[in-house]
Design a protein around this ligand. Structure first.
Ligand code: FAD
Length: 649
């Protein structure tokens, strides 16, 4: 039967990509349907109970800056938070949280159920309705036909998923969930280019059977024994959210005996015996892969991470494995503190279909089928954060298409999301893709701390950012600009600033006149130090008092003061480097957006090498910038192509 209502956007899959896609399109006012196997598993973390980390935390902050759910749900469900690389430069600083998976899932479901314009429906999607070269809806397992103008597919690891434990295997989408076999067959029939990837997960342990007294405790920031201060928050709106109780993680290690046990299972490993064809994530390898590849290492660190506050279940991060269960049992028990460990769930690997993201337009719409968008693990990525960011992106672009507007295409110098999308559609993947800060050439500009400054205004323009967030953002932005102006207007000179005071705050006496903004650029000078010189003491009486004084008087929330000060300090200290990056961005932009004719016959551009012609003909990049990032396309090829365009067009 045809469902009696039509939708603007149907999102298939309620994982991290699907939930953000559905929320984004509904926030933009489009009538949206989220179709997923099971309403109980919306927002489920298939693997590790943690969100964020280097590069990934940046994506979460960007999703948050545009009104997405992941950071807020992490603040609601987070049971341990840490700022990674806290002592390094701000570009690589990143937030990471352990999440109580039940609280996290509940937070996501609450957001979905309370989102206007969003309908939820529990059913497997087995087929897509396609008319001509356009998708017009989706058909569920029991034959219900839902019509829509666009469909966003976010099927994760479920497409023709196959679980492996040793030499045993069975069809599944992940442990406990069915695979999507019919949908996978349908996509192959539509001739979308496809491949196989794999990922894995460790056995889970009953915490009551671990002797934590033999392990090393790892507290989170703001916990006793951890880095002093407040517990970090993920969302730019997180100041008002009280995190749940915070708990520590623990560390143990593999040892020579563990490694011998693992090696003894190689002959029954699905990876080493050729049972698995899919390529796994290089940066998140299975423990057998680590022992095989790094044979000279006699120990690996294993983090014992709590899965939640109301369960004893522990996630042993670092022993993802698809070895047979008897080997899993022995290897777990060979580690210190784990001698009596009881495994609650076996580890496993899963193989699944992904679709070559080079077959997508830069909006994530498939080139072959109009209105059909792909996001998340289906595009060859791995990770909740990568999925969430792509989901939001595809949801936005599906909604924009319904509204008859151009796609939103963030550039590489605007957002990690821009880097992610651009890498996927130009380079494709040879293994599951995860985000790193090293992938972003303009990373000094793309920091976690300024994700809101980069994206919230755009989010508001697109209709994604509600009034509460917009108001909070404006308060912060105004405070940053007012305070920066104020610092520029406070001057000190050798006569007004005594040598002992200058030495205390600046490390040495000053030899000429400076304003506070200039002094803040010095590496060892901080805002608090400058304020301790006496607010207003050196200033012209017309200049209002600074943030700390204002917050004392008008109860500006301390969280806001902290983030404003952070913004001012980072912007001052890195201004020189950021200016240099801006020059680079401008240089690249000169040709970045130059559109390439869709009918250009690259094979006839004889000035180019045959290999370059073939690559360009295959990828058919939309712009010269995209062409420049196809692997094997050199700057010289780009120049020749530019000359050809100038001569012939
Ligand atoms: P998923 O989270 O997989 O969600 C897909 C959703 O789509 C599910 O709700 C599913 O029910 C629904 N669905 C699928 N097909 C249909 C259909 N036909 N009809 C209706 N609904 C459908 N990431 C890491 O970063 N590190 C790791 O170590 C890691 N290990 C992993 C190990 C395992 C065993 C698994 C399964 C995943 C692992 N991941 C890991 C990946 C991580 O879980 C995913 O990257 C992330 O969840 C992808 O999000 P997604 O939204 O694309 O898909």
């Amino acid at each position: 039967m045809f469902y009696p209502q039509e939708f603007d956007v149907i999102v298939v899959g309620g994982g991290h990509a699907g939930t953000e896609a559905a929320l984004a399109s509904a926030r933009m006012g489009c009538k949206t349907l989220l179709l997923s196997h099971n309403i109980e598993t919306l927002g489920q973390m298939s693997c590790n109970p943690s969100i964020g980390g280097i590069g990934k935390g940046h994506l979460v902050k960007e999703v948050d800056a545009m009104g997405g759910a992941m950071a807020l749900a992490t603040d609601e469900g987070g049971i341990q938070f840490r700022i990674l690389n806290g002592s390094k430069g701000p570009a690589v600083r990143a937030t990471r949280a352990q999440a109580d998976r039940i609280l996290y899932k509940a937070a996501i479901r609450r957001k979905l159920e309370n989102q206007p314009n969003l309908w939820l429906f529990q059913q497997a999607v087995d087929d897509l309705m396609v008319e001509g070269d356009r998708v017009v809806g989706a058909v569920t397992q029991v034959g219900i036909k839902f019509r829509a103008r666009t469909v966003v597919l976010t099927a994760g690891t479920f497409l023709d998923g196959k679980i492996h434990v040793g030499l045993n295997n069975y069809a599944a989408g992940r442990a406990g969930d069915p695979p999507a076999v019919s949908l996978s067959a349908r996509l192959k029939e539509l001739k979308l280019p496809q491949g196989r990837l794999k990922t894995g997960t460790p056995p889970r342990i009953d915490g009551r059977t671990i002797d934590f007294s033999k392990c090393t405790e790892q507290p989170g920031d703001g916990m006793p024994g951890g880095i002093e201060g407040a517990v970090p928050v993920f969302s730019f709106m997180g100041g008002n959210i009280a995190h749940p109780r915070q708990v520590p993680c623990w560390i143990t290690h593999t040892n020579e005996r563990t490694h011998d046990i693992i090696r003894s299972g190689f002959d029954r490993s699905p990876m080493f015996t050729g049972k698995i064809d899919g390529v796994g994530p290089r940066y998140c390898p299975s423990v057998e892969d680590k022992i095989n590849r790094f044979a000279d290492k006699d120990s690996h660190q294993i983090f014992l991470e709590p899965e939640g506050l109301t369960t004893h279940e522990i996630y042993p991060n670092g022993i993802s494995t698809s070895l047979p269960f008897d080997i899993q049992y022995e290897l777990v028990r060979s580690m210190v503190g784990m001698e009596n460990a009881h495994i609650l769930r076996p580890g496993y690997a899963i193989e699944y279909d992904y679709f070559d993201p080079r077959a997508l337009k830069s909006s994530f719409e498939t080139r072959a089928i109009g209105g059909l968008f792909f996001a998340g693990q289906i595009n060859g990525t791995t990770g909740y954060e990568e999925a969430a960011a792509q989901g939001m992106f595809a949801g936005i672009n599906a909604a924009l298409q319904c509204q008859g507007k151009d796609a939103w295409l963030p550039k590489r110098d605007e957002a990690y999301l821009g880097v992610l999308v651009d890498d996927l559609i130009t380079k494709g993947v040879t293994e599951p893709y995860r985000m790193f800060t090293s992938r972003a050439e303009f990373r000094l500009m793309l920091r976690e701390d300024n994700a809101d400054m980069r994206l919230t205004e755009k989010g508001r323009e697109l209709g994604l950012v509600d009034d509460v967030r917009w108001d909070a953002f404006n308060r912060k932005r105004d405070a940053v600009s007012r305070e920066t102006e104020r610092l520029r207007a406070i001057w000190v000179n050798p006569n007004t600033l005594s040598v002992p005071e200058a030495e205390r705050v600046l490390g040495k006496a000053i030899e000429r006149e400076y304003n506070f903004a200039d002094l803040l650029r010095r590496p060892d000078v901080n805002y608090a130090g400058l304020m301790s010189l006496g607010e207003g003491k050196y200033a012209n009486p017309d200049i209002p008092l600074g943030l700390t004084a204002v917050s004392r008087e008008t109860a500006l929330p301390p969280g806001l003061v902290k983030s404003v000060v952070e913004q001012i300090e980072i912007t001052a200290k890195y201004a020189g480097y950021i200016d240099l990056q801006k020059v680079e961005v401008e240089r690249a932009a000169a040709y970045e957006n130059l559109k390439l004719p869709p009918d250009l016959d690259y094979l006839q551009v004889t000035a180019l090498s045959f290999e370059a012609r073939q690559k360009l003909a295959k990828h058919r990049p939309e712009t010269l910038g995209l062409a420049s990032r196809i692997s094997g396309i050199t700057p010289a090829t780009v120049s020749l192509l530019l000359v050809h365009l100038k001569k012939n067009l």
